[in-house]
Design a protein. Structure first.
Length: 192
């Protein structure tokens, strides 16, 4: 096996996505993923704790860190929801845009597997909690922080839903701004 070729994690990720689409998540084993990538199971486990982590691993962790960093860096006069959207925009630029091509397949895999849908909901709840804590650290009361975090995550989900469409070419950063503008329009808010 080609253990020493570069980008083992990327090769494992790509192999897993291909197999999940071909066979389904439940019918794909770690051994099959490793074999498709030309690596060993041990190498797989050096990069991922389990096959779910292929879909939910490092990018989700990075997203939390970046959003918290951006919320902390915003000026005091920036509205809380704008802080959250700026955090997601930074995440889009630093992490997610590079993952655009497999994002639609990832969404398809998650939507077709109840276990993964549950995991996705758990990840979104954790992200919401992290954002709410970051907003509280900025002085927002707990209730307002949680509400803002939930709305921010909804904006993110709305933008990503458009972003993964085959005909969509705009960057996620732009779609996040558009989703925020749509929210402002339907709530009658004219500015930040």
């Amino acid at each position: 096996m080609a253990r020493w070729q570069p980008n083992a994690a990327g090769r494992l990720h790509d192999a897993a996505i291909e197999l999940f689409v071909e066979r389904g998540f439940d019918r794909t084993s770690v051994a099959e993923i490793a074999e498709r990538a030309g690596l060993t199971e041990r190498t797989f486990f050096n990069h991922f704790a389990n096959k779910r982590d292929v879909l939910f691993g490092k990018p989700a962790e990075l997203q939390e860190q970046i959003v918290v960093r951006e919320i902390a860096a915003c000026a005091d006069d920036v509205p809380a929801l704008d802080m959250v959207v700026r955090g997601f925009q930074a995440t889009a630029g630093e992490v997610l845009e590079a993952l655009r091509s497999p994002a639609a397949l990832r969404r398809q895999i998650i939507d077709s597997t109840p276990e993964l849908q549950e995991r996705e909901e758990g990840k979104l709840a954790a992200l919401t909690s992290v954002i709410a804590s970051a907003l509280q650290a900025r002085g927002l009361d707990a209730g307002s922080a949680l509400l803002t975090a939930r709305v921010g995550v909804l904006i993110k989900q709305t933008a990503e839903q458009s972003w993964v469409q085959p005909t969509e070419r705009r960057p996620l950063r732009e779609l996040l701004s558009e989703a925020l503008a749509s929210l402002r329009l339907i709530t009658g808010q004219t500015g930040p």
